[in-house]
Ligand binder design. Structure first.
Ligand code: C2E
Ligand code: CA
Ligand code: CA
Length: 380
């Protein structure tokens, strides 16, 4: 930031000028005024610590007022690029709100000037609606997480292929909204990831997963429960502490909890490796979910100390009709075996698919053919 000094009475910028920077007042006083039908209207007089000229910079429109030094002033210039970069890096909802405020400001100025033209176009209207829908979804999710009764885990059986017995369950979150009905996890998990709500969702899922495990263990002593953790959760600095906190609330056997980490482009392997080691340090097992679709970059695979891989549904679907897909599946299974990891195939929808993975020596099978996700109560 550079410092500019203006003498008393000097013009800092004039109404109609193109914007290049905003200013922070270090010393002195600045008057913000405008011409209205030949008359000068003073909007504001600003002093040290205050910022002006930011609106035109943010929405890249001409200055709507004139700034003049009332005394000698020292100003820090905030360059347009610095501001724009920060706005572009901000949360999408904050960005949308900012755009909205700017639009509102501009129309207010237009009304004050008696111009009253409409600045809105349809596109703007649509993106407003999108942002508003998102905000109300986020508010509803926040409320649901506080109450807890709209959120529920469904448990989908995971079968041990060789014996046919149910060895464990994957916990899948469900949200039943009183008015909207059920909201798909894909939709609200992504939203939760854009905010810090994912940490709360994650804690809820783990807590309920532990509760389900305790209940299921009363009937079957070595059953396990898997819970999903998204990339954004792993990134949070308090991730491991949150997991540890939830685990210490119950006396559950930690070896019965497996954490599924979805492959993701947004995480680098070092981060994932760290998270895997921390989770295993807490006594949990780690499964690489949707294996083959993301970071199963061979050059880093040996550094990830996972316990199992879950073959993505797309491989299971394709391997029956494409011998190249089958070859890839065989290679993945061989890698997992060589690394001492267990294998799970997801998306098993037909007896033929189950037979195929049996022939390949995959340890566990999951999918609609084995069983749909059901509430815990249905299993007790
Ligand atoms: P995922 O972890 O890959 O979960 C498997 C998804 O496939 C589930 O959808 C499940 O219901 C569905 N599925 C299971 N068997 C079959 C099958 O035979 N055929 C087909 N076509 N689909 C099958 P769901 O429950 O809608 O979850 C979607 C995704 O949402 C999950 O994908 C996971 O990424 C995310 N998710 C779900 N619950 C949680 C959670 O508690 N935490 C986090 N972070 N993510 C979750
Ligand atoms: Ca999963
Ligand atoms: Ca999956």
């Amino acid at each position: 930031m550079t410092v500019s000094v203006f003498q008393q009475g000097a013009l800092i910028f004039t109404e109609g000028d193109p914007p290049d920077c905003a200013y922070l007042i270090e010393e002195g006083r600045v008057e913000i005024a405008s011409e209205r039908g030949g008359e000068r209207v003073v909007f504001d007089v600003l002093g040290p610590g205050e910022v002006f000229g930011e609106i035109a910079v943010l929405d890249a429109e001409r200055r709507t007022a004139t700034a003049r030094a009332l005394t000698e002033v020292r100003l820090l210039r905030i360059e347009r690029g610095q501001l724009i970069e920060r706005v572009e890096q901000s949360d999408p909802i904050v960005r949308q709100l900012l755009r909205k405020l700017l639009t509102r400001y501009r129309s207010t100025v237009a009304v004050l000037r008696g111009e009253l033209e409409s600045r809105r176009d349809d596109e703007e209207h649509d993106s407003d609606r999108g942002a508003i829908a998102k905000i109300s979804l986020e508010a509803a999710l926040r409320a649901a997480l506080q109450g807890g009764e709209q959120l529920e885990l469904r448990l989908q059986p995971i079968q041990e292929v060789a014996t046919g017995r149910v060895a464990g369950y994957e916990a899948l979150i469900r949200w039943h909204h009183p008015e909207w009905g059920s909201v798909a996890p894909d939709r609200f998990i992504q939203l939760a990831e854009e905010t810090s709500l994912i940490t709360v969702v994650g804690a809820f899922v783990l807590r309920e997963g532990c509760r389900a495990l305790s209940a299921l263990r009363a009937r079957s002593h070595d059953v396990f429960v898997t819970v999903n953790v998204s990339a954004r959760q792993l990134e949070a600095p308090d991730f491991v502490a949150t997991v540890e906190g939830v685990l210490s609330e119950s006396a559950v056997d930690r070896r019965g909890i497996k954490v599924e980490i979805t492959e993701s482009q947004r995480l680098d392997y070092a981060r994932v490796a760290q998270a895997i080691d921390a989770l295993r340090g807490l006594g949990l097992s780690v499964v690489l979910d949707d294996f083959g679709t993301g970071f199963s970059n061979l050059s880093h695979l040996h550094r990830l100390h996972f316990d199992a891989i879950k073959l993505d549904r797309s491989f299971v679907r394709d391997m029956g009709r494409d011998h190249r897909a089958m070859a890839v599946v065989q290679a993945i299974i061989a890698i997992a075996r060589a690394l001492g990891a267990e294998t799970v195939a997801e998306g098993i929808e037909t007896p033929a698919e189950l037979e195929q993975i049996r022939a390949l020596g995959v340890r566990y099978a999951q999918g609609y053919y084995v069983g749909r996700p059901v509430p815990l109560a249905a299993l007790l």
